[in-house]
Design a protein around this ligand. Structure first.
Ligand code: NAP
Ligand code: G4F
Length: 357
C-alpha cells in the first residue's frame, strides 16, 4: 500500500485529493492545525472513527503547522511517505496584502521547511508543490510553462519563492519534486471568501430571503476557472510519471467576474444588477487582470484534459449552495456531477466532529 502525506488536507484541494488517493488504495496521512473549533468539515464524510465498528478507512491525521519545522521533520520521518502533496498555505490573495509577513512565512518558508525535512530525513518521497497561476501576475495571456513570472501580490511572491525552491531541490538534491502551476479551480467546497463561492452562496441566500445585497470588488478581472476534483487528478499524474517536471493546469477559457455573475444569477432567473453593490474594501492594491492557461504540455505529456466547462462549473456550485441552504435546485449541475463523477456529495452537512484529536 502506497503512503501519501497531504499538507492542507482540510482545504478544498486537500479533501478532494484525500478522496482520490483513498480510492486508489493509498494510506493517506494529513497534517492539520489545532483549532479551537472543528476545522475538518471537508473530511468528515470520509473519516471513520477508529473506536467504531465501521469499515476501516486508511486516513490518519497528525497535528502540525507549516511554521514549525520540528514537527514537519517528525511527521515525515515517522510516516515515511512515498508521496508528499504540499497544499498547505495562506492561500487568499487579498489577505496576503494585510498579512504579507505571515503569508511569506507560511506560504513561502513553509515550503523550504518541508523540503528540508525531506532532505534531512533521507525519506525518498516524491514531492508536489502547489504552485499558482497567480505567479504570472501581470504577464500577457495565455500563460504557459515558458511565460516569465510577474507576481503582483505578497501571496504570489511567496509562491514564486516556493516554486524556485522546488526546482532547486530537484536539481541540487535529486528529489523528485514537481510544480503544478494550477489556474483557479473551484467547487462546492471552495472557501467561502473566494469570489466564486461568495457569489454562489449569495445566490442561495438571496433566494432564501436571507440576504439583500452582495458586496464585491473588481468585476473586470478575468480568471480561468476549472473544477477542483479534476485538478487533484493532475497532481497525482505529475507524481506518477518517470521524470519530475513542471506543468500548467487550466481550462484555456477565461471569464470576467461579471460573466460569472451573469451565469450564477441567470441560472435562477435573477438579474445580478439588482443585488450586487461595490465595496472598495475588496479591491487589491495591485490586481491581476487576466489569467488564461495554455495547458498544452499537460494535455500532451500527462493526458490531462478538463471535462467541466465554465457554465457547468457555475451550475454545480449554485446547485450545491441551494441544497446547502435547504432550497430545491434546478439540478443541471447536480446531474453533471452524478453522470461524470458518479456521486453528488452533500459534504457540508455536519458537524459530526472527528474524535481522534
Ligand atoms: P485552501 O482551501 O485555502 O486550503 C489551505 C489549506 O492550508 C488548509 O487546509 C489550511 O488549514 C492549510 N493551512 C493554512 N495555514 C497553515 C499552516 N500555517 N500550517 C498548516 N496548514 C495550514 O486552499 P485550496 O484552494 O485547497 O488550495 C490548495 C493549495 O493550492 C494552496 O497552497 C493554494 O495556495 C494553491 N492553489 C490554489 C488554487 C485554487 O484555485 N484553489 C490555484 C493555485 C494554487 P485550515 O483548514 O486549518 O485553515
Ligand atoms: O476568488 P479570488 O479571491 O481568487 P484569486 O485572487 O484569483 O486567487 C485564487 O486563485 C489563485 C490561482 O490563480 C490561487 F493561487 C489563490 O490561492 C486563490 O485560490 O479573486 C478572483 C478575482 C480577483 O480579481 C478579485 O479582485 O475576483 C476579484 N474579486 C472581486 N470581488 C473578488 C471580490 N475576490 C474576492 N475574494 N472577494 C470579492 O469580493
Amino acid at each position: 500500500m502506497k503512503k501519501a502525506l497531504i499538507t492542507g488536507i482540510t482545504g478544498q484541494d486537500g479533501s478532494y485529493l484525500a478522496e482520490l488517493l483513498l480510492s486508489k488504495g493509498y494510506e493517506v496521512h494529513g497534517m492539520i492545525r489545532r483549532a479551537s473549533t472543528f476545522n475538518t468539515r471537508r473530511l468528515d464524510h470520509i473519516y471513520h472513527d477508529p473506536h467504531g465498528n465501521g469499515e476501516e478507512v486508511h486516513l490518519y491525521l497528525h497535528y502540525g503547522d507549516l511554521t514549525a519545522s520540528d514537527t514537519l521533520l517528525d511527521i515525515i520521518y515517522n510516516i515515511r511517505p512515498d508521496e508528499i502533496y504540499h497544499l498547505g498555505a495562506q492561500s487568499h490573495v487579498r489577505v496576503s496584502f494585510d498579512m504579507p509577513e505571515f503569508t511569506g512565512d507560511v506560504t513561502g518558508l513553509g515550503t523550504v521547511r518541508i523540503l528540508e525535512a525531506i532532505r534531512k530525513s533521507g525519506v525518498k518521497a516524491r514531492y508536489y508543490q502547489a504552485s499558482s497561476s497567480e505567479m504570472f501576475g501581470g504577464a500577457k495571456p495565455p500563460q504557459n510553462e515558458q511565460t516569465p513570472f510577474e507576481p503582483r501580490s505578497p501571496y504570489a511572491a511567496a509562491k514564486l519563492y516556493a516554486y524556485w525552491l522546488t526546482r532547486n531541490y530537484r536539481e541540487g538534491y535529486s528529489i523528485f519534486a514537481v510544480n503544478g502551476i494550477l489556474f483557479n479551480h473551484e467547487s462546492p467546497r471552495r472557501g467561502e471568501t473566494f469570489v466564486t463561492r461568495k457569489i454562489t452562496r449569495a445566490v442561495a441566500a438571496i433566494m432564501a430571503g436571507q440576504q439583500r445585497y452582495l458586496y464585491l470588488g473588481n468585476l473586470d478581472s478575468r480568471r480561468d476557472w476549472g473544477y477542483a476534483p479534476e485538478y487533484v487528478e493532475a497532481m497525482w499524474m505529475m507524481l506518477n510519471r518517470d521524470q519530475p517536471d513542471d506543468f500548467v493546469i487550466g481550462t484555456g477559457e477565461a471569464h470576467t467576474i461579471r460573466e460569472f455573475l451573469d451565469e450564477a444569477f441567470g441560472y435562477v432567473n435573477l438579474d445580478w444588477h439588482d443585488y450586487v453593490r461595490i465595496d472598495a474594501r475588496y479591491f487589491r492594491p495591485t490586481e491581476v487582470d487576466y489569467l488564461l492557461a495554455d495547458a498544452a504540455k499537460a494535455r500532451r505529456e500527462l493526458g490531462w484534459e478538463p471535462r467541466v466547462r465554465f457554465r457547468e462549473l457555475v451550475r454545480i456550485m449554485v446547485d450545491a449552495d441551494l441544497e446547502l441552504i435547504g432550497l430545491p435546485c434546478p439540478g443541471e449541475g447536480k446531474r453533471i456531477v452524478e453522470e461524470r463523477f458518479g456521486q453528488w456529495h452533500r459534504w457540508d452537512q455536519q458537524v459530526v466532529s472527528m474524535d481522534n484529536h
